[in-house]
Design a protein around this ligand. Structure first.
Ligand code: COA
Length: 372
């Protein structure tokens, strides 16, 4: 295998009609619709419907879909009990992986509970699981996980802060869910497709994908970016710190991308939201630090921020604890994972590549030495 293909870079590993990244790396399209148009004109629920059910909903279909998702927010008592037993120090990503697995035993995939239904169920109740566990372990309160909020973004923010969400914050999270929803053959989606290709069940594919998303080179980068931002008090301090990191050949989290070498088309959208939220909160320091880091990394490495970088400050301005950043990514990407699981099943063949062997040549077994 040529070194340029290490990590399967540049290898076409399958076909998909769900999304595509423009050859220049400058655009992203979900079923033909530009991410710019979707972030401007659609809601996350409409995008999830587009991905899972194949077409944009009309107004009536969207209304029904929202109602359906609202009706799926409650979680079973046995799941709540299990969440209470997960240690408070656990990472919320582990909690979602475990919660997903538990739900798979309570509401397994069957002919009457097919993939599309489970996808909607998980989209609707991942926020419930997360925030039930979060409040139980912080205040001992067993919160009600249902509320009247129409959107998944509103449901999440309302449960987190125990109040009606501010309109601008709610739309910021809604847009962020749209941007995170789908991304072709990224690592976690590919994982979900590999699991699916063995004819395993829907929950197993999602659990594998969550485990893959957790890593800091993938979804975990939004938390790592926030931890980076937290190290600096102001923009000058950030410039100094980043220069030192680059001298030491450290990775600057939230920068670089396997596919986008000329800029992540999602980054400018979430950056604009981060700026809007900074103005709204009269708290520009975090945004200024972020912008200075962007300028320094661009100047020194000619590298652009990816979606995770400005998502960190945007989420922070919405009062979201850092450890919940990647779990929000899970809620969004469940729609994309589901679409890929369904697509993989329609034209399945076991995914099983081959490897270039680099070990020793065949050799005799040392049968004189006792190893039993
Ligand atoms: N900070 C500093 N240097 C970086 C960098 C970053 N964030 N991302 C890449 N580089 C450097 C690499 O060290 C490498 O340098 P070298 O040629 O001197 O060894 C060069 O840029 C090429 O990077 P490469 O590792 O080949 O890119 P990749 O396609 O394998 O990896 C990422 C892509 C996303 C994994 C990588 O850019 C990264 O680790 N970014 C930080 C984590 C992150 O933000 N992940 C979220 C992705 S959406």
């Amino acid at each position: 295998m040529k070194n340029e293909h290490k990590g399967l870079a540049g290898i076409v590993a399958g076909r998909t009609a769900i999304s595509t990244v423009e050859a220049t790396g400058s655009g992203l399209f979900y079923r033909g619709y530009s991410i710019n148009d979707l972030a401007e004109h659609a809601s996350f629920e409409a995008v999830a419907y587009l991905l899972i059910h194949g077409a944009l909903p009309n107004e009536i279909e969207l209304g029904h879909y929202r109602q359906k998702l609202q009706s799926l927010r409650e979680i079973p008592g046995a799941l709540k009990l299990m969440l209470e037993h997960i240690p408070s120090a656990a990472h919320p990503m582990d909690l979602l992986r475990t919660g997903c697995s538990m739900l798979g035993t309570l509401e397994p995939e069957t002919k009457d509970n097919p993939a599309e239904e489970i996808a909607d169920r998980l989209l609707a109740c991942f926020g419930s699981m997360l925030l039930y566990w979060y409040h139980f372990h912080r205040s001992g309160k067993r919160i009600h996980v249902t509320n009247d909020e129409e959107s998944i973004a509103g449901h999440f923010l309302h449960l987190l802060h125990n109040r009606q969400p501010h309109g601008e914050e709610q739309r910021a999270i809604d847009v962020s869910l749209i941007l995170y929803a789908e991304h072709e053959f990224n690592a976690s989606t590919f994982t979900a497709r590999v699991t699916t290709s063995t004819r395993s069940d829907f929950y197993s594919a999602i659990c594998s994908a969550i485990g893959t998303l957790r890593g800091p080179l993938h979804g975990g980068a939004n938390e790592a970016a926030m931890e980076l931002l937290n190290r600096f008090k102001d923009a000058d301090g950030a410039e100094h710190g980043i220069m030192k990191m680059l001298e030491e050949h450290q990775l600057v989290m939230g920068f670089g991308h396997r596919v986008y070498k000329q800029g992540d088309p999602r980054s400018s959208i979430i950056k604009a939201w981060s700026k809007k939220l900074a103005d709204h909160h009269n708290g520009s320091t975090l945004f200024e630090i972020s912008e200075r880091i962007e300028q320094v990394v661009m100047r020194e490495k000619n590298m652009y921020p990816n979606l995770d970088f400005y998502s960190a400050s945007a989420y922070h301005y919405c009062g979201i604890p850092t450890s919940l950043f990647t779990p929000i990514f899970v809620i969004a990407r469940t729609s994309g994972w589901a679409a890929h699981i369904i697509e993989q099943r329609r034209d399945n063949r076991l995914i099983r590549p081959t490897a270039e062997y680099t070990g020793p040549a065949p050799r005799p077994f040392p049968n004189n030495e006792g190893i039993q």
